[in-house]
Design a protein around this ligand. Structure first.
Ligand SMILES: Cc1cc2nc3c(=O)[nH]c(=O)nc-3n(C[C@H](O)[C@H](O)[C@H](O)COP(=O)(O)OP(=O)(O)OC[C@H]3O[C@@H](n4cnc5c(N)ncnc54)[C@H](O)[C@@H]3O)c2cc1C
Length: 481
């Protein structure tokens, strides 16, 4: 009865065609791009305006029903899953670019604008939107804000939080507020900063003022092939240690090379252990000098060959290899999990060796394609989900990889977020007191816990899984709301 009333309230507000209740239609929304985690929502609604989002949230509160924002559904940590049922609020119809102000270098956009389409829309003015997740053809600005997403060019340009000036937000009680503005350094607490990366648990972003970045005058892109993974990793640290900050510095290992060759035939040598792609951008003058220094560093670290992009077409071709990597993993295994951790750059050789040992120990293949310049590793754990024994070993593999990241002073996610995937591992890097402060802040924004529940915070079982003692001073942590 209560459920029927909820559906009827939503249909009255949005019209029947904007409310999905059919089980087959709902199944499209049961997971994001990490299909190991699934949960069926009770209902999916399509919002078209801030006022509608606010009204939906008020209805959800009246019926004490969880609600979750969804952008492109490309998340990799199960962030948009309705783990306690409830309403998924699909925002992809709120996809308008409302204002472009080139003189002040910003744009105002709705949350469902697809990342790449924003850059394409301002290209004619010689500008782009800098954060460029590899999923940029499908992910949305709202999702990027929630996950504080980065991408290959994060090394020089920073992550989403460096490019968002302000936001309009529907709070978990339905109230509409503004955080930040159109200029830097709005007085008061930086609640804009707090909202970015809150994984949809502090409210729903319905508008964003984003910085636009002038396109660089020139690029130089090179690809180096290494026989030895340690040499490639050490070259990365040496480049940065020499004060050169490329726009991007990406690494792919031998399994990724194999998958790319099987799928697309780029002509990479199959016996190489690693490929580095490096891109410089900026003012043309002086760039050749920096490129020459990078080539010297590659040679010092025994690169087997180095190829330059001579023009934009060749540059696109080099990037095509990197951006096609995820599309080629089907050649290696039926399923994969994209792990995400950050380690200090200088520990890359050690960490990659440890990952190889973990792969050996559990007989689970692991490929590596990652943002080497930021030490943001992405071990791709390859398996077959139809094999229960493999699935169990994959659990151990994930835990050990993240433990290694924590042990070397790194962290358990660089850009994919915690969501449901990593909440068990939060105690690897945060004390109970740290987690309690985060929970206290969440409770201020989201006191009923109805806004995207069941994410981020570890449960009692999480501590047990990690072999940690239950805590007496912060009992609240043990309740995952
Ligand atoms: C092939 C591939 C490559 C990827 N590469 C990268 C990469 O290089 N860098 C990177 O950072 N990520 C990467 N990702 C992960 C993913 O694309 C990002 O996390 C992205 O920001 C998610 O955006 P989305 O619109 O798809 O969000 P969704 O998956 O729909 O949602 C993600 C989270 O954001 C919340 N959310 C969505 N919209 C809003 C809103 N308007 N207000 C509040 N909360 C909201 C959801 O509730 C959920 O918690 C990759 C994913 C894939 C599949």
């Amino acid at each position: 009865m209560e459920q029927q009333q909820l559906m009827s309230d939503l249909m009255d507000l949005l019209g029947k065609k904007n409310v999905l209740t059919d089980a087959t239609a709902l199944s499209v929304y049961e997971c994001d791009a990490a299909p190991s985690f699934k949960a069926l929502p009770d209902v999916v609604v399509f919002a078209d305006s801030t006022q509608q989002v606010s009204d939906i949230v008020k209805i959800a509160n009246r019926h004490n029903t969880p609600f979750i924002a969804r952008g492109g559904g490309t998340g990799l940590s199960g962030g948009m899953l309705s783990v306690q049922g409830g309403i998924i609020i699909a925002l992809n119809r709120m996809d308008r670019i409302l204002e472009v102000d080139i003189e002040n270098e910003y744009a105002v956009v709705e949350p469902g604008v697809v990342n790449l389409l924003l850059s394409q829309a301002v290209q004619e003015y010689g500008y782009h939107y800098a954060p460029d997740p590899s999923s940029q053809k499908a992910c949305t600005i709202g999702g990027n804000i929630a996950e504080n997403s980065g991408g290959p060019h994060t090394l020089k340009y920073g992550v989403t939080s460096d490019h968002i000036l302000g936001m309009e937000v529907v709070m978990p009680d339905g109230e509409i507020i503004t955080l930040g503005g159109e200029v830097e350094d709005v007085p008061g607490y930086d609640l804009r900063g707090l909202m970015i990366g809150s994984e949809g648990t502090f409210g729903i972003v319905t508008k964003a003022t984003v910085k636009l970045t002038r396109n660089p005058q020139a690029y130089q892109t090179a690809l180096a092939v290494f026989d030895n993974m340690d040499d490639a990793s050490n070259a990365v640290s040496t480049i940065i240690g020499n004060g050169i900050i490329p726009a991007a510095l990406e690494m792919m290992d031998t399994l990724v090379i194999k998958a790319l060759e099987e799928a697309f035939q780029f002509g990479f040598p199959l016996d190489a252990e690693a490929i580095l792609i490096v891109e410089l951008d900026g003012i043309k003058a002086g760039m050749q000098n920096q490129t020459d220094r990078i080539i010297d560093i590659f040679e010092q670290h025994h690169a087997r060959e180095v190829n330059y992009a001579k023009d934009d077409e060749e540059r696109q071709e080099l990037w095509k290899a990197r951006k096609s990597a995820f599309g080629s993993f089907g050649r290696l295994a039926p399923n994969y999990i994209t792990q995400d951790g950050v380690v200090p750059r200088t520990t890359l050789p050690k960490v990659l060796r440890r990952i190889s040992e973990i792969s050996e120990k559990y007989q689970i293949a692991i490929a590596n394609v990652f943002h080497a310049g930021d030490g943001n590793i992405h071990p791709i754990v390859l398996f077959d989900e139809r094999d229960a024994d493999q699935c169990e070993r994959v659990e151990h593999v994930n835990k050990e990889i993240l433990t290694v990241c924590a042990e070397v002073g790194g962290t358990i996610t660089g850009e994919h977020g915690i969501g449901v995937e990593k909440m068990d591992y939060m105690p690897l890097i945060f004390s109970r007191a740290d987690i309690q402060v985060m929970k206290d802040v969440k409770d201020i924004f989201n006191p009923t816990g109805l806004c995207n529940p069941g994410k981020i915070f570890p449960t009692a079982a999480s501590y047990e899984k990690l072999g940690l003692q239950p805590n007496t001073s912060h009992e609240n942590i043990e309740t995952n709301i």
